[in-house]
Design a protein around this ligand. Structure first.
Ligand code: AMP
Ligand code: ZN
Length: 499
């Protein structure tokens, strides 16, 4: 497996610090607002990478922090006449709900900054003790020039940063580049005890302290959006390495920005779409599929049209999986019967394609998580599998091949977090009213909608055999009132949702 490391600016062979295990940290949100789809893109990219690492056999420990103390939270609380803790609690909950809505798995550990202050105070103490930080009136600053490697991640030269002039001049800092590790609280601000003042941590120190506490240094992968490379991640490295004298993180993975009309989506620019609003109109699987079609490091330009195209693609895949399932269930394979040469040939083509798809999926993902290549491989299999099922299956070999094709499509999409065709999924789609209908018409006593459908179809079949047309029609009409039609085909009967 090779991955692009921002630190070395090249693709490298991935070698975890402990064989078979990956320790991974991803910067979490500052919880003062709902997340937008740009934030969601970054979190989604690393969710997929985590899933793939696990599928590849690694045991992954995934840590994502919540920044629940910050100027933005304090300002919002002030505007709304609430406490910062209330604001943070509301948007932490909203963030977790939004992650679940998009099918992003919970991290193994989700530390909240306000619950981890002692680790930050300790790290700041270490930096003061070793001469890398200094206190002024209750504030503590990191002395950037005391850390020789400053700039190594972002590739910036310290002298250029200096003349870059955009740095604010603060008479209390020894150097304009220095940044705050601890801020003394102003009246009414949330604050914690420290040797320097009642105050709160700076943003950068949080991630240094929390990643070291939960993963140790060096850990394997540090991830985030590429807007965090400078100064956030550069500062994290400086703080951590100045104290620990060991490498902070071995691989730095940065996701490209989501843009809209080629402009970065951001709250401060006002050109943002909230994830929760977008998910009102589109299925999360479609949004996932859309985002997967661009490499995670490249910028991704969002548009409603592209999302619509992804929805169509998703429906095509789902339709194909349903057809495959149905064809398998209704195959008419006879023992000792001879299948047509055509079916045997289709079986061989399909078997070859399944193998090629697995290879292409793996080689794409092993190449710096090329999800676009992985999705393309799956889509090709969908096309070939679809063309294998234009008629009733009679060949046992073709039935097996179709079964494996279906399973491969579902499995590989699930590695990317796109869930299709699972039994739970389908039973979720089927309304509970089907159970009531089957209870009334067929004496069904279970509670599973899918079983209820089967029972109703069995009753209808029996009624038709007895030429009890009234009863057969009653079943059809009952299903129709719930929005389903019955399709009789050469290979059997099935129920499909109307239009
Ligand atoms: P923030 O709450 O602003 O710190 O952002 C949380 C995460 O979202 C960080 O990893 C950012 O890099 C990422 N992020 C912010 N804006 C975008 C964007 N337009 N596209 C992709 N990721 C973004
Ligand atoms: Zn961070």
């Amino acid at each position: 497996m090779r991955l692009y490391n921002t630190l070395t600016r090249q693709k490298e062979q991935f070698v975890p610090r402990a064989p078979g295990k990956v320790a991974m940290y991803i910067c979490g949100p500052t919880v003062y607002n709902h997340i937008h789809i740009g934030n969601a893109r970054t979190f989604l990219s690393f969710d997929v990478i985590r899933r793939y690492l696990r599928w590849s056999g690694f045991e992954v420990t995934y840590v994502q922090n919540i920044t629940d103390v910050d100027d933005k939270i304090i300002n919002r609380a002030r505007e709304e006449g609430r406490s910062p803790a209330e604001v943070a609690a509301e948007y932490t909950e909203a963030f977790i709900a939004a992650m679940h809505a998009l099918g992003i798995e919970d991290p193994d550990i989700r530390p909240r900054a306000t619950a981890e202050i002692p680790a930050m105070v300790e790290l700041i103490g270490c930096l003061i003790g070793s001469g890398h930080a200094y206190e002024v009136d209750g504030d503590v600053y990191f002395a950037v020039r005391s850390f020789e490697d400053y700039g190594k991640l972002s590739g910036r030269d310290i002298e250029q940063m200096q003349s870059g002039a955009r740095v604010e001049i603060d008479p209390r800092k020894r150097d304009p580049l220095d940044f705050a590790l601890w801020k003394a609280a102003k009246p009414g601000e949330p604050s914690w005890d420290s040797p320097w003042s009642q105050g709160r941590p700076g943003w950068h120190i949080e991630c240094s302290a929390m990643s070291a506490k939960y993963l140790g240094n060096p850990f394997d992968i540090h991830a985030g959006g590429d807007d965090l490379v400078f100064p956030h991640h550069e500062n994290e490295i400086a703080q951590s390495e100045a104290c620990s004298h060991t490498t902070f993180a071995n691989y730095w993975l940065h996701g490209g920005m989501l843009t809209i009309d080629r402009e970065k989506m951001s709250k401060s620019e006002g050109n943002f779409l909230l994830l929760k609003d977008v998910l009102q109109h589109v299925r999360p699987q479609a949004l996932r599929l859309l985002m997967l079609q661009t490499h995670y490091r490249s910028p991704f330009d969002y548009s409603a049209e592209r999302l619509q195209e992804a929805t169509v693609a998703l429906e095509r895949v789902e339709g194909a999986v349903r057809n495959l399932e149905w064809t398998i269930e209704n195959a008419a394979v006879k023992l000792g019967g001879s299948a047509s040469d055509d079916q045997s040939e289709k079986a061989l083509t399909l078997i070859n394609r399944i193998e090629a798809t697995r290879k292409q999926f793996k080689s794409s993902m092993d190449d710096d998580f090329n999800t676009a290549g992985a999705v393309a491989a799956i889509f090709e299999l969908v096309t070939i599998a679809n063309s294998s099922i234009t008629e009733t299956l009679q060949s046992a070999l073709l039935k097996d091949a179709v079964t494996v094709a279906r399973q491969t499509i579902v499995e590989l999409l699930a590695v990317l977090g796109v869930v299709v065709g699972s039994d739970e999924d389908r039973s979720e789609e089927l309304p509970q009213e089907l159970v009531t209908l089957a209870a009334e018409m067929a004496g069904y006593s279970g509670d599973k909608p899918a079983e209820a459908v089967e029972t109703l179809l069995a009753v209808r079949r029996e009624a038709r055999e007895k030429k009890d047309w009234a009863r057969a029609d009653a079943v059809r009409d009952g299903l129709a009132t719930l929005g389903f039609t019955i399709e009789d085909t050469a290979a059997g009967t099935r129920v499909v949702r109307k239009g």
